[in-house]
Each structure stands twice: as structure tokens, then as C-alpha cells.
Write a protein that binds this ligand. Structure first.
Ligand code: GDP
Length: 289
């Protein structure tokens, strides 16, 4: 579900999360493995302060394994345990508990020294809309029906959901806003449907998508649609439309229908696994500067 963010929403969201933070031991930040940079809320680390955090690279079924592995290394280099997860099938979901436990083992040891034994670890899930928070929670807690908690402003009593006897999740994930700062980020969010199609022009979106994919993975387009790539993305889209029978009267190509096909193919993984972002080298050296 998508939300239009206004300053009031952001303040409220931050306040609700600050309240939840008092109740939990660890934050589980969910990112989209295809776009870990764009799907990261820009203020999350300020908001959570010194709470321990792990990073889940969700939808790893749609991202390239080698690139996802680079991201895991990147987050580890920043001090965060990280793991790739496919919440729709449950891949790696069973490993999450061990990573959580490992991350806060010092705290657990300190509690044991003080005689506090058997207190369950409590976690809060955080992420931008549509990144897979509810699917992740449902998979981790083995629930089949999706819970829709994505309604800012709806106050509900907090409940804990048991993952196992030593691990509980706050039932409602914290929803954070995405980055709004640059065009590339907005496009990546839109390609992966983190932003509603209605707020963007679908033709422009498919144009930008074809432009980007033609540069980073040209074979994907030629193989999927059995066409030759053109230097001009519009022409490529027209060739795809023609192949797919998106022709209107007069022999013109229905660009909107073609654009939808292209974007849906990407979102559903029909083009294979495609990562749109890699960790930047400059970031890796950040601490040394
Ligand atoms: P939320 O808004 O963060 O709670 O996101 P949802 O859990 O509602 O998921 C948004 C969409 O992403 C839904 O259509 C899910 O089926 C899909 N989704 C969630 N996790 C995965 C995943 O790991 N892989 C794939 N392919 N789709 C996923």
C-alpha cells in the first residue's frame, strides 16, 4: 500500500516509532534488495539512535545474487548484520532469529548476569511502504493472512506476535517515508512499485526504465522480447509494443499498454533477477576520510 507523505505524517510516524522503540531490543530494517539505497529511509539511523539494528534485503528473488552479496558485505562493513530474504517463499527467514540473537548477545549476557533469564527478545520492523514488511512478519510468524497495518493515524493497541518462545515482534511495523531527493531515487522507487504508478507518468517511467536497462543489462530486453535494441528508448518501446501486439488503429503502437507490460514484466521478475543499485565505492571509504 502506498501513502502520500506530508510533513505531518512524517512527524507522526517518527513519534509513533519513538514510542515503539522504548519497548523493543532491536530494529529490523527492511530494504528492497534491488534498490537498497533508494528504499532506505534517509532518517532511520537518526530515529533509532543507538538501538541495535539488522538489515534485511527483502525480495532477493528479484535481485542479482552477486550484487545482493556485495550489499550484505557493505552493511557488515558499516557494523550491521544483514541477510537476503525472500518473504514470499520464506527463503532464509529461519535464519533471522539467529542473526537477531547474535546481534544482541552482549545485552542478553548482561541480563543473565543480573539474573534476568528467559525474557524474550522483542523487535520492531521498520521500512518504507511496499518493501514487504507485512509479508515478512507473516512469514516469520507463520501466519497466512496478511495484516494491513499501513494506515497512519489509526491507533491500535500494541500486540506482540510470537516467532518462538524467545523472540517476539511488535505486530504493527513502523512505516517510514522514502527519499524524495533526486530523480534517480524516485525512478527506482517507481520501477519497483514503491511509489504509485498514478503519481508518475507511465510512459516516462517506461522510457526511463528502458534507458537504464539498455545501459546496465541490454541483453535482458533483447532476450525477453526478441527485438534489437535501439539507441532511442522510444523506438525500443515501439518494437516491444509491436512484438506484443499492442497496435491501435492506423498501425500505431499503444505506448501506454506497452509501458505497462514492460514495467509489470520487471516487477514480476519476468526479465530475470535485476539489481538496479550497487554499493558505491566512495561509501565504503567514507569512514577513512
Ligand atoms: P509492506 O507495505 O511493506 O507491508 O509490503 P507488503 O508486505 O504488503 O508487500 C508488498 C508487495 O511485495 C506485495 O505484493 C508482496 O506480495 C510483495 N513481496 C513482499 N515480499 C516479497 C519478496 O520477498 N519477494 C517478492 N517477489 N515479492 C514480495
Amino acid at each position: 500500500m502506498n501513502i502520500q507523505w506530508y510533513p505531518g505524517h512524517m512527524v507522526k510516524s517518527k513519534r509513533e516509532i519513538a514510542e515503539s522503540l522504548k519497548l523493543i531490543d532491536i530494529v529490523i530494517e527492511i530494504l528492497d534488495a534491488r534498490i537498497p539505497e533508494s528504499s532506505k529511509n534517509p532518517e532511520i539511523d537518526n530515529i533509532i539512535g543507538n538501538k541495535p539494528k539488522i538489515v534485511i534485503l527483502n525480495k532477493c528473488d528479484l535481485a542479482e545474487d552477486t550484487v545482493t552479496y556485495e550489499w550484505i558485505k557493505y552493511f557488515k562493513s558499516k557494523g550491521y548484520n544483514s541477510i537476503d530474504v525472500d518473504s514470499s517463499t520464506g527463503k532464509n527467514i529461519q535464519k533471522v532469529y539467529n542473526i537477531v540473537k547474535e546481534t544482541i548477545k552482549d545485552k542478553i549476557e548482561r541480563q543473565m548476569e543480573r539474573g534476568i533469564i528467559g525474557r524474550p527478545i522483542r523487535a520492531l520492523i521498520l521500512g518504507i511502504p511496499n518493501v514487504g514488511k507485512s509479508t515478512f512478519i507473516n512469514k516469520l510468524t507463520s501466519k497466512s493472512s496478511a495484516k494491513t497495518g499501513d494506515k497512519p493515524g489509526v491507533t491500535r493497541s500494541r500486540q506482540w506476535i510470537k516467532v518462538n518462545s524467545s523472540f517476539e515482534l511488535l505486530d504493527t511495523p513502523g512505516i517510514l517515508w522514502p527519499k524524495f531527493d533526486d530523480k534517480k531515487t524516485a525512478l527506482h522507487l517507481a520501477f519497483t512499485r514503491a511509489i504509485k504508478d498514478e503519481v508518475l507518468d507511465i510512459e516516462e517511467l517506461s522510457f526511463e526504465f528502458i534507458k537504464e536497462i539498455s545501459q546496465i543489462k541490454p541483453n535482458v530486453i533483447t532476450e525477453r522480447y526478441n527485438i534489437e535494441l535501439s539507441d532511442n528508448p522510444i523506438e525500443t518501446i515501439e518494437r516491444i509494443g509491436k512484438k506484443r501486439g499492442c497496435v491501435v488503429s492506423g498501425g500505431n503502437i499503444d505506448i501506454i499498454r506497452t509501458s505497462n507490460i514492460i514495467l509489470e514484466d520487471y516487477r514480476n521478475g519476468k526479465m530475470g533477477k535485476i539489481s538496479l543499485e550497487r554499493p558505491r565505492k566512495v561509501d565504503c571509504n567514507e569512514n577513512e576520510r
